[in-house]
Design a protein around this ligand. Structure first.
Ligand code: SF4
Length: 334
């Protein structure tokens, strides 16, 4: 058995990128320190301000919720409110909502539930059926961003915390690089500048590898949603995250290097690609560069596909009815 590099207790993890063995106590402290540092880097929040916390019931957001509650305890003067998005994914989301309700109740954090049904007029399952050529994650990403921003604004939050871990972050940087999407790279959270109509997003877990979040959640006895979204295998980002897992195995620290590289060039990229000026969407009022925001454009598309499908069903039924009538007539005539 290997002992902790900081004490004589048995180690629970070997942190390859830092070359240290850590026991449960020192590992938890190591993770908490890095999250606290990231939270401090977002600047001092005024007393009375509010942080909206996007949760899903999974390990990342549940760990983030616990830690933010600890950093911003009820006497800190900072209000916390959680928000969960019900995408309408059968057999998956209900479990996450149950975990979110339980955790929020336990920590005394109010919870708001918003749904794609209210926002876009249909569930994600429904939209996926109507738009078979569109990867559900594309719709989900757009509608989720919009739902969270709207909810955070509605509750008067000055920051919106998301539970992305290091694997997600490094995967996003690499994906944007591979797609030469400099605009998106420049707009990646955490946000330091405030754009009208957009609540700046913060990412307290962005330097923590997924495996460490998992271990922390286990050591703290958190009961979280283990199920994976049924559409997860279709997500484009997953390909990059899987590739990076292989790289990390061969070269420990790869994910840190990718995010660190992005941090190093972020200011230059943002200076050369400043945010475009935004106006209100003609339908929902959310900030956008076009007449309709992407969320409303996709919702209209889903609706028109449904209308077309209903028309096709009506036409087919009418044709069947005519054929029946015609058949009978011909039969009688013969
Ligand atoms: Fe949404 Fe795709 Fe994530 Fe499922 S895997 S929750 S569809 S983004």
């Amino acid at each position: 058995m290997v002992n902790c590099s900081q004490c004589k207790q048995p180690a629970v993890i070997f942190v390859r990128y830092s070359g240290r063995h850590l026991c449960a106590k020192h590992f938890c402290a190591f993770l908490e320190q890095r999250v606290a540092k990231e939270v401090r880097s977002m600047g001092r929040l005024r007393r009375g301000s509010k942080v909206a916390i996007a949760i899903s019931g999974g390990k990342d957001s549940t760990v983030m919720l616990r830690l933010l509650r600890r950093f911003f305890h009820p006497r800190s003067g900072i209000e916390l409110e959680a928000v969960i998005v019900d995408e309408g994914i059968r057999g998956y989301r209900a479990g996450g909502i149950a975990v979110a309700r339980r955790e929020c109740k336990r920590l005394g954090v109010p919870l708001t539930i918003v749904s794609f049904k209210e926002l876009a007029g249909c569930t994600l399952d429904g939209a996926a059926r109507r738009m078979p050529g569109t990867v559900p994650c594309t719709l989900c990403g757009v509608w989720r961003r919009q739902a969270l921003n709207r909810a955070a604004k509605g509750m008067g939050a000055s920051k919106l915390a998301l539970g992305h871990n290091l694997n997600d972050m490094a995967g996003s940087v690499l994906m944007n690089v591979c797609m030469a999407d400099i605009e998106r790279l420049a707009r990646m959270a955490p946000h330091e500048k405030v754009q009208p109509g957009l609540v700046p997003r913060i990412l307290p877990l962005r330097w923590i590898p997924e495996e460490e979040v998992k271990l922390y959640s286990y050591l703290k006895g958190l009961s979280v949603l283990e199920a994976e979204c049924p559409y997860a295998t279709l997500a484009e980002r997953g390909r990059f995250v899987r590739f990076l897992a292989e790289m990390e195995d061969a070269r420990p620290g790869t994910r840190h290097s990718i995010l660190g590289f992005w941090e190093g060039i972020r200011a230059c990229v943002q200076a050369s690609h400043p945010p475009s000026s935004l106006k209100g969407c003609a339908r929902c009022g959310e900030p956008t560069m076009t007449r309709l925001c992407q969320g409303c454009a996709l919702a209209e598309k889903a609706k028109s596909r449904s209308a077309k499908k209903n028309d096709a069903i009506r036409t087919a039924k009418a044709r069947k009815g005519r054929m029946k009538k015609g058949g009978k007539g011909r039969g009688k005539g013969l």
